[in-house]
Design a protein around this ligand. Structure first.
Ligand code: ZN
Length: 433
């Protein structure tokens, strides 16, 4: 088998973002890096061309976002029969997200490719790993380490030794400092033969983080000073904690209400001993300041002024942020502050771009202020370039990005590194001799 070399197959997140799943075949064994889903207009896409799931020898999950972990129950449904390696915190968060999305899909009459029991079956195959420790797969064929990725709590880049070659799968990564996460130190790794890396921001630079934070906080203050309330839709994992920490650090003098999934995630993160939380004390004070909302109190909260509501979902596509938006957009004194990427076709995007709120088949004009801030948890173009150049791997595989982002990253890499550069498509196989 060794004579054929290592084969890397892309079942998703190749020339797209979503359904991350990369298969490594070596010496007759099969492993996958991530098992994600992609939420599309008509439902859910699963990793493509992933056959004979019962033959897999190991599954590695980088982090809890469902585009990296959401296909785990589907694998169980197809009789997965191997360990799933991940951090304990990643599983705790993933479990919450899986349960939530399963029920949400049923409400929308979208039927996932598995049943609820499969979510519980995942637990039987879990093998928790600690950061920075070297492990071997159960079959003893490859060694691996989970390294902090700086992306979200529990998240990791995965460093593997396969056939004597060092392979680094960054997964979603941030090498830049944020309040919540210690940045990844992947740039310092040496002797990497194969680098597989994300390029979400391959063609874009992030605005200066400090300026973004200041702009965001001054909008919060402007909203409160003008007699309104401030609604902050957030992604539940990472962004919610980051925003609450920012408000706590500024000592904003207003009640801060927290609603939706971020309440559970906050509890899980607080209970964890993730060593790569950047400012644990600030996180604790953020948790202390947050008032958890019971759904019966939502209406009453909307009637009051001078308060801040932090709620999922981040693109105002579901969760209590829809309810709050419905009640708050009519008052010109209120502020609605979006805190991350708004995909095209989402309610968040039309709130920001067209100043309209699409709700229950109606198009409602928006009276309140709407602003958007880039609090990304992915590294931006400058850091991508730095990582490519510093690691200078023999093989550089660019994935997890749209075409423009990937082309920009490829151009840079071909000019500035000695790496052999690949931009695979879904279904493509790369053979490394
Ligand atoms: Zn992610």
């Amino acid at each position: 088998m060794l004579a054929y070399g290592m084969k890397i197959i892309f079942h998703g997140a190749a020339r797209e973002v979503g359904k991350s799943c990369i298969e490594i075949q070596t010496d007759g064994q099969r492993y996958i890096l991530d098992a994600g889903v992609k939420f599309v207009y008509k439902g859910i896409e699963y990793p493509k061309y992933l056959d004979n799931v019962h033959e897999l020898d190991g599954v590695f999950i980088s982090h809890a976002h469902l585009d990296h972990s959401g296909a785990l129950p589907m694998l169980e449904h197809k009789r997965l029969n191997c360990p799933i390696y991940l951090t304990k915190l990643t599983w705790k968060i993933t479990n919450e997200l899986l349960e939530d999305s399963y029920h949400l899909e049923l409400l929308k009459h979208v039927h996932p490719a598995y049943v609820e029991r499969d979510i519980h079956l995942v637990e039987h195959d879990l093998e928790f790993v600690k950061y920075d420790k070297e492990y071997f797969t159960k079959d003893k064929k490859i060694s691996f380490q989970f390294l902090n990725s700086g992306h979200i709590p529990g998240g990791a880049s995965i460093l593997m030794n396969v056939e004597g070659k060092k392979l680094l799968y960054t997964a979603d990564i941030n090498t830049e400092d944020t309040l919540l996460m210690v940045p990844s130190l992947a740039e310092q790794l040496q002797g990497i033969d194969i680098l597989i890396t994300e390029n979400t921001y391959g063609e874009r630079k992030h605005p200066d983080r400090k300026a973004t934070e200041e702009g965001f906080l001054s909008s919060v203050k402007e909203g409160l000073a003008g007699g309104g309330s401030v609604l902050i839709p957030v992604f539940s994992v990472g962004r919610a904690q980051e925003v609450l920490m920012l408000l706590a650090r500024e000592n904003i003098d207003a009640p801060i209400y927290l609603d939706g999934m971020p309440r559970r995630i906050m509890d899980i993160v607080m209970q964890s001993n993730d060593p790569y939380i950047n400012n644990r004390e600030l996180l604790e004070s953020a948790a202390d300041k947050a008032i958890y909302v019971h759904k019966h109190h939502r209406e009453e909260i909307c009637k009051r002024k001078g308060l801040i509501i932090v709620s999922s979902s981040g693109m105002v596509q579901g969760g209590p942020s829809v309810f709050y938006a419905e009640h708050m957009i009519h008052d010109k004194n209120n502020f609605l502050l979006l805190t991350g990427f708004q995909a095209s076709g989402t309610t968040g995007r039309s709130l920001f771009e067209d100043h309209v709120f699409y709700h229950k088949g109606k198009k409602i004009p928006v009276q309140c202020h709407v602003r958007k801030f880039d609090f990304s948890a992915h590294y931006g173009q400058d850091s991508i370039i730095n990582l490519q150049r510093k690691i200078n791997a023999k093989h550089l595989i660019l994935q997890h990005g749209d075409l423009d982002a990937l082309e920009a990253a490829r151009n840079f890499a071909e000019k500035n590194t000695k790496s052999k550069v690949y931009v695979p498509e879904v279904g493509e196989e790369i053979i490394i001799d």
